[in-house]
Ligand binder design. Structure first.
Ligand code: AHN
Ligand code: ZN
Length: 330
């Protein structure tokens, strides 16, 4: 090519570039496989630490030393992050006649906002290991069953102190969920023996006209390769919320955890929240067909439910999904 021809091409390029600056539409950003994240990053190491910290208190069944000490720590921790924390204490009668000293924690973020999202989990652990083959009468550590949901919600609380969604959020930690009557029990069979804390809260809300747009319950959300499926109580009361949450999870790359398989309905805290408050609430709970229990995570209600079963990747999948859902709402 001659020198003048080269100069011509260079000038032509420069002019066409100037033209583009004026008229061309904004450049299209390449979004090949990258998930559309619009929420702050959920820190799985932090969530893991929150689970480990609870487990260090030992079993946290009502009326135990671990329960009292963990309650004190939870109050301190929630007060670091929330705008306001309510400790709702109650003495609740268990199936065995014992009175359980219980406390539900309600941590409010942006309490002035009319539109609110309820995020909840139970913080107590089971006083027996009735699914185990040994030491059946001793309390379990509940790293997954109790610890994991609270760990995820504490990390969300920490994020909500730093970053502010457009809606209000209430994190509610229910007590006395897991003191339910075992299948082999000397006492006459009774109804509604699980979820005593959520039943109490449903009948005695922390604010008279409390309402949330929707609720999400976390239960056993820390197991390795956990599968969360559509459970029928959630389908019946809040199918729209299941679609929303599973849709977000799949969109941001956690489809391997959030499965669309359907299973029969569960009695868990969300049942009472739905029945007693009318807030459409779903349950994110591990369903594992291969597990000995045939339903929940393999260490369910055994002494194997310790830190060994907790996987940071699962905490991340659940926590990031929840943050995305919260920051999506207007
Ligand atoms: C039943 O066991 C019937 N429902 C699940 C409630 C539960 C216990 N969640 C955690 N531990
Ligand atoms: Zn349990």
């Amino acid at each position: 090519m001659s020198k003048s021809r080269v100069l011509f091409f260079v000038l032509a390029l420069v002019f066409s570039a100037c033209e583009k600056e004026k008229k061309a539409p904004p450049p299209v950003v390449q979004q090949a496989e990258a998930p559309k994240l619009s929420a702050p990053a959920f820190n799985a190491d932090s969530a893991y630490w929150f689970v480990a910290k609870q487990v260090q208190f030992g079993p946290r069944n009502p009326n135990s030393k671990g329960h009292t000490e963990c309650a004190r720590w939870l109050a301190t921790e929630l007060k670091k992050y929330a705008d306001n924390v309510i400790e709702q204490t109650a003495a609740l009668r268990a199936f065995d006649g014992k009175m359980l000293n219980s406390v539900n924690f309600i941590a409010e973020f942006n309490p002035q906002a009319a539109k609110r999202i309820l995020l909840c989990a139970h913080w107590d652990t089971r006083p027996f290991a009735d699914q185990d083959t040994s030491r059946k009468n001793e309390p379990i550590l509940g790293a997954n069953d109790g610890g994991s949901g609270v760990g995820v919600l504490l990390e969300i609380a920490r994020q909500l102190k730093i970053h502010h969604p457009q809606v209000g959020v209430d994190i509610v930690l229910f007590d006395a969920e897991d003191y339910g009557q075992p299948e082999e029990s000397a006492f006459a069979p009774q109804e509604d023996t699980y979820c005593l804390g959520s039943q109490y809260w449903g009948k005695n809300k922390h604010k008279k006209d409390y309402h949330a747009e929707f609720g999400i319950l976390l239960d056993m959300v820390g197991g390795k390769d956990a599968r969360f499926v559509w459970e029928n109580t959630s389908v019946n009361f809040a199918e729209r919320i299941l679609s929303k949450v599973w849709g977000v999870a799949n969109e941001i790359g956690y489809g391997s955890y959030f499965n669309y398989f359907r299973k029969s309905g569960l009695t868990d805290d969300h049942l009472y929240v739905n029945q007693l408050t009318g807030i459409p609430t779903i349950d994110i709970i591990e369903f594992n067909m291969g597990a000995p229990s045939g339903t929940f995570h393999p260490a369910w209600h055994t002494h194997a439910d310790n830190m060994d079963v907790i996987d940071r990747n699962t905490l991340k999948a659940v926590g990031q999904t929840l943050l995305e859902v919260v920051f999506m709402e207007k």
